[in-house]
Design a protein around this ligand. Sequence first.
Ligand code: C2E
Ligand code: MG
Ligand code: MG
Ligand code: MG
Length: 285
Amino acid sequence: CVKRGGRGGVLIFSACHEAEMNDFGRIDQTLRSSDLARELSVVFQPQYDLMRQKIVGFEALARWSSETLGNVNPARFIAAAERSGLIEQMTGILLQKALAAAVTWPEDVKLSFNLSAVDLVSPRSIANIVGLVQESGLAPERLILEITETSMMTDFERARGSLGILDAMGCQIALDDFGSGYSSFAYIHRFPLHRIKMDRCFVTGLKEDEAVGRNIIRAIADLAANLGVACLAEGVETEAELRAVQAAGIRYVQGYYYGRPMTADDVTDRLAAQGDTPPQEEAAS
Ligand code: C2E
Ligand code: MG
Ligand code: MG
Ligand code: MG
C-alpha cells in the first residue's frame, strides 16, 4: 500500500483495510467456488415465552462449513455474500432448509428467519421467498422475518413494499438488534411490524437493581407496547439478566440461558422434552 510510510494513523488504517480486503477476497472467492447447497446449514436457537413458560419458536441461524476454510463466522460470510451478490441465492438455500425443519414442528412453534438488506430491495428475492414458503407447506403465520433498521434504510420505499408483500401473505415482521443502529422513531410506524427484538447490548450485564439499564429496557418495552407489537430480549445468558428483563415486562426472551443454537434433531428432542410432539406423531400414538 502506497501510504505505508505515512503517519501512524494512516499506516494502521491501511494495514487494517488491506487485511479486511484480503479476508473478504478469500471468503468471496471461496463462496463462489463452493457447493453452497451442501456446505451451508442452519441451526436453531430457542425463543421462550415467559407468559406461557415454554419455547414458542426458534430463530434459524446460518452456518457455513467450508471444505477449504473450515467454519466461517456468519457475520463475515454474510457480509461477503451481500457485497458480492451471492446473498439472494444464499437466502434461498437457507430458507428452504429452515422451512423443511419447521414443518415438522408442532403448529404453535414459529420459525424466525433473518433477511438481508439486499433481499429487502430485491423483488426477485422477495418472489423467491414467497414461492419457497408456499412450496414448503408451512402456514405463513408461523414465519417471522427478521430485518434490521439499517437494512430498511438502504431504500425505505422499496423495503416497505417488500414487507407489504410478506405481511399480506400472513408472515410476521420483527425488527432485529433494535436500538443498536440508527433507530428512527420517524420511520418505525411506517412499515408492517409485529415484534421488536431488543439488542443484546441492553441485556448484557444487566442487574435487577441497576436503575439506568433497567430504565432503558423498560423504555424499549413500553415503546413496543405503545406500538402494539411484541417485545423480545436478545442475549439473555444469566438468571440475573432474565429477572431484570422479566421485571421490565418483556414477554419473550432468547439467549444462551434458554439454549444455544442447535441442530434440527436437537430441536425435536428439546420440544419433546417440554411435551411438544409434532402433529403426525401425536396422531400415530
Ligand atoms: P442476529 O440475527 O442478531 O442473531 C443473534 C446472534 O446472537 C447469533 O449469532 C446468536 O448465536 C448470538 N446469540 C444468541 N444468544 C446469545 C447469547 O446469549 N450470548 C451471546 N454472546 N450471543 C448470543 P450468529 O449465529 O453468529 O449470527 C450473527 C448474525 O449473523 C445474526 O445476528 C444475523 O445478523 C446474521 N445471520 C445469521 N444467520 C443469518 C441468515 O440466515 N441470513 C442473514 N441474512 N443473516 C444471518
Ligand atoms: Mg436475528
Ligand atoms: Mg439480533
Ligand atoms: Mg444481534
